[in-house]
Design a protein around this ligand. Structure first.
Ligand SMILES: [Zn+2]
Length: 451
């Protein structure tokens, strides 16, 4: 039986009587997902300019951030305000920020330029936010040829831009982009019309079904499988790499690579030794490793930044903030494990919720893990979701590599050997290249850097 492609189900009208037809399906879609709400049961108040706190609430709900009202650190937004939780959550994620660190100006109108910046940070578009929105078919310029950055926008317009960011079927152009090869890890798995359980199920897929993944939003991945296009919770998907039929990006290659910032994060440091064992300290092993990977990346067009390059203590939050402030495109944290003397092996973590790049984080982790296993030939402890601060608090593809166990004599021997350390730094470098290769970047000529 041939079944037509099912995307967005016609959604139940939310009951608003004041929404103009040009924004109706988008507002109804977001209302179904409990992302937007009206000002009353029948009014959306579409022509009112959207305020900063309203935008924070809509974005926070889209990403399923914690909206529990709480203190914000801003003098003009107390925990008594229902928006305080979402404001604090989007500020912590680096999606919005206050003024002079003191005020949030919750009732200030959002401009088109601000809107572009907010959407770009929330959904991981390039730092040239206005261009990114136009390239993706989320926004178009104004008739006068400008983006109209200083113009305020209405609640209806914001809803339209938000719906387009979430679901490509609302966009002004079709981009495809289902480049990740994924497989379902459980049966009876719902494919939903949006990135939360509030959205309707378009049908279910069986365990071990192949799906093609595009972007992720709040721990849900936009996928195509069989005749369905929709969202699946990323925690039930595992990565199998990238569709090789996707044409590689070849134009302007060096410029594309130099536009990518790789953040290397050697764990611990200073007063925090990390794990210790066999005469070694984790902070020293991972710093040496990080510096070696940095040396390799420095020989490529990639931009590379280290959270620390000396023996200093850096709090966890500072590491993800550093990554965001430096415009990081991927984040690679380097650690070693400790447990009983018999525990051994290599594992890599990614975070399966919170970070909008679940599929890419998983892909990055899988690529690094595969290369690390080939390098040291230790036990394969797998690629695992892990609720680790530097992964959770980041808003870019992020992975945390555990090279081996410092508490195991065999693993520690590798860490003591300059030769083995060199082989491992090459492996992490290759893993990063493998990731970019699968994302369509032309990195073939860079492998020889480490040979
Ligand atoms: Zn560690």
């Amino acid at each position: 039986m041939i079944v037509p492609l099912v995307g967005i189900k016609p959604v139940q009208a939310a009951g608003f009587t004041d929404v103009p037809s040009r924004a109706l399906k988008e507002v109804n879609y977001l209302a179904e997902g409990k992302i937007v709400n009206g000002t009353s049961a029948t009014s959306f108040t579409p022509y009112k300019t959207i305020t900063r706190s309203e935008a924070a609430v809509f974005i926070g709900r889209t990403l399923q951030l914690d909206g529990t009202p709480r203190s914000t650190g801003f003098t003009d937004l107390g925990s008594g305000s229902f928006t305080s939780g979402y404001v604090q959550a989007v500020v912590e994620k680096g999606i919005m920020s206050g003024y002079d660190g003191k005020k949030f100006l919750p009732y200030k109108a959002v401009t088109r330029g601000e809107m572009a910046g907010i959407l770009a940070k929330a959904f991981g578009y390039s730092s040239n936010a206005e261009k990114a929105l136009m390239d993706l078919g989320i926004a178009s310029g104004l008739p006068d040829g400008t983006f109209g950055s200083n113009q305020t926008i209405t609640r209806a317009d914001f809803a339209v831009f938000l719906a387009r960011s979430i679901h490509p079927e609302f966009r002004l152009k079709s981009l495809g982009g289902f480049t990740s090869k994924l497989r379902s890890t459980t049966g009876n798995l719902n494919v939903r019309s949006g990135p939360s359980t509030s959205f309707a199920s378009l049908g279910k897929i069986a365990a071990n079904t192949e799906v093609a993944g595009a972007h992720s939003i709040g721990g849900w991945t936009y996928v195509k499988t069989g005749n369905k296009v929709g969202f699946i919770s990323a925690s039930y998907l595992r990565s199998e790499g990238t569709d090789v039929t996707t044409p590689p990006v070849t134009e302007n290659n060096d410029a594309q690579l130099s536009g990518q910032t790789i953040i290397l994060d050697p764990g611990h440091g200073g007063t925090d030794s990390g794990a210790v064992g066999n005469g070694l300290k984790e902070k020293d092993v991972v710093l040496k490793m990080g510096l070696q990977v940095n040396d390799l990346l420095k020989q490529t067009p990639f931009n590379v930044k280290m959270t620390r390059s000396t023996d200093t203590f850096i709090p966890l939050k500072t590491r993800s903030t550093f990554a965001k402030n430096n415009g990081g495109d991927i984040f690679v944290s380097i650690h070693v494990n400790a447990a009983s003397a018999s525990a051994s092996g290599t594992e890599t973590y990614y975070y399966a919720a919170g970070n909008p790049y679940v599929a890419d984080s998983q892909l990055l982790a899988a690529k690094i893990q595969a290369r690390m296993l080939a390098a040291w030939d230790l036990k394969d402890r797998g690629v695992k979701p892990g609720d680790l601060s530097v992964l959770r608090e980041n808003n870019m593809p992020a992975a945390l590599a555990e090279l081996g166990f410092i508490s195991n004599a065999g693993d520690a021997a590798k860490m003591k050997s300059d030769y083995s350390m060199k082989v491992m730094s090459n492996a992490i470098y290759y893993g990063i290249l493998d990731y970019y290769k699968e994302k369509g970047y032309n990195v073939d000529s860079l492998y020889k850097v480490a040979e």
